[in-house]
Write a protein that binds this ligand. Structure first.
Ligand SMILES: NC(=O)c1ccc[n+]([C@@H]2O[C@H](COP(=O)([O-])OP(=O)(O)OC[C@H]3O[C@@H](n4cnc5c(N)ncnc54)[C@H](OP(=O)(O)O)[C@@H]3O)[C@@H](O)[C@H]2O)c1
Length: 282
C-alpha cells in the first residue's frame, strides 16, 4: 500500500485522511494547527514533525490547504521532493497551479492538480468528483490513489485545466445560491407558501438539487457545522472573476455577488456554511 503525506487537515483534508486510512493506506499528516491532526492520529496516521524532508519515502504528497499561496509556501518548505508527486486537492487559480507545477519540478517532484467537487460526506465515502490536470503518465500512476476518493477520477487535460474546471463549477455554487436566495425571499414577501413555490420549481428545467439541499438551512437561518465555508466560496468567486478578466469575459453580473460576499468578511457568516449568503440578500 502506498505511503501518503497529507498536508492540511481542515474540514476537507481531515475527511480525505480518514478515507485514506479506512482504505488501508499508510498516512503521514501535518497541519499548521497541530491539534487538527488529532483525530487522524487516533485513527492510525503518523505525525509529520518537520516539513523539511517530509516527502521522503512518500509515493505522493496530497495538499488540502486554503489557497494557492499557502500551498506554494507549504510545498516549498518540503525541500527536495525526490520523485514524489505533489497532488493539490484544494482550490486555486489556474496560474497559481501552473506556477506550483513549475516550483514542484524545480524541487524534483512530479505534479498532478486534483481539485474536487463534493465535501466531507463525499470524501468519507469515496464519492468526490476529481478533476485532475497533468500529464497522462502522472495521472495513470496515481489513478489508483484517486480511486480511493472518487469513483471515476477524471483527467480533464494538462495542468491548469483541472483548476479552471473547479473554478467554473464553484462560480455555479455562488450564482445558484444567490439566485435561489433572492427568489425565495421574494415569494416569502409575496405571501406565497414556500412549498407551493418548490412544487412548481422542482419539476421545471430551472431546478437544481442544491436548492433543496440548502432550503431548510435558509428557512431556519441555520448555517452552523458547515461543509464549505462562506469565506472559501468568496475566495473561489474572486478566483473566477480574476480568471474571467484574464480571458476577457464580461463578468459584470457576477461582481454584484462578489460584493455581497465581501460583506461577510470578518463577520460570523465567514466561518459558517456558504448558504449563509442568504443572510446578505435581505
Ligand atoms: N470544504 C469543502 O467542501 C471543499 C470542497 C472542495 C474544495 N475545497 C477546497 O479545499 C481547501 C480546504 O478547504 P477546507 O474546507 O478544508 O478549509 P478549512 O477547514 O478552512 O482548512 C484550511 C486548511 O488550510 C490551512 N491553512 C490556512 N492558512 C494557512 C497558512 N497560512 N499556512 C498553513 N496552513 C494554512 C488550515 O490550517 P489551520 O487548521 O492551521 O487553519 C487548514 O489546514 C480550500 O482550497 C477549499 O476551497 C473545500
Amino acid at each position: 500500500m502506498p505511503t501518503i503525506a497529507l498536508l492540511g487537515t481542515g474540514l476537507l483534508g481531515e475527511a480525505i485522511g480518514q478515507r485514506l486510512l479506512q482504505q488501508g493506506l499508510s498516512l503521514r499528516v501535518w497541519n499548521r494547527t497541530p491539534a487538527r491532526c488529532n483525530s487522524l492520529l487516533e485513527a492510525g496516521a503518523t505525525a509529520i514533525g518537520d516539513l523539511n524532508g517530509a516527502a521522503h519515502g512518500c509515493d505522493a504528497v496530497i495538499t488540502v490547504l486554503r489557497d494557492g499561496a499557502v500551498t506554494a509556501e507549504v510545498v516549498q518548505a518540503l525541500g527536495p521532493l525526490q520523485g514524489t508527486t505533489v497532488i493539490p486537492m484544494g482550490t486555486m487559480g489556474v496560474g497559481e497551479s501552473r506556477a506550483l507545477a513549475t516550483q514542484t519540478a524545480e524541487q524534483g517532484g512530479d505534479y498532478l492538480e486534483a481539485p474536487v467537487l463534493g465535501s466531507k460526506p463525499q470524501a468519507l465515502n469515496g464519492t468526490l468528483l476529481v478533476m485532475a490536470g497533468g500529464s497522462d503518465a502522472v495521472f495513470a500512476r496515481h489513478q489508483g490513489l484517486l480511486k480511493h476518493l472518487a469513483e471515476t477520477p477524471q483527467r480533464v487535460g494538462p495542468v491548469g485545466s483541472g483548476a479552471a474546471t473547479k473554478i467554473a463549477l464553484n462560480q455555479l455554487i455562488a450564482s445558484l445560491t444567490h439566485s435561489f436566495s433572492l427568489s425565495l425571499r421574494l415569494i416569502q414577501q409575496a405571501g406565497v407558501p414556500v412549498e407551493t413555490f418548490m412544487e412548481i420549481l422542482r419539476p421545471s428545467a430551472l431546478y437544481a438539487p442544491t436548492f433543496d439541499k440548502k432550503l431548510q438551512r435558509m428557512l431556519d437561518g441555520e448555517y452552523s457545522d458547515p461543509n464549505f465555508s462562506t469565506a472559501l466560496l468568496r475566495k473561489d468567486l474572486l478566483l473566477f472573476l480574476s480568471e474571467a478578466a484574464d480571458q476577457g469575459l464580461k463578468a459584470d453580473g457576477l461582481q454584484g455577488v462578489a460584493a455581497l460576499l465581501e460583506r461577510a468578511s470578518d463577520t460570523e457568516l465567514d466561518a459558517q456554511d456558504y448558504c449563509a449568503l442568504h443572510e446578505l440578500t435581505q
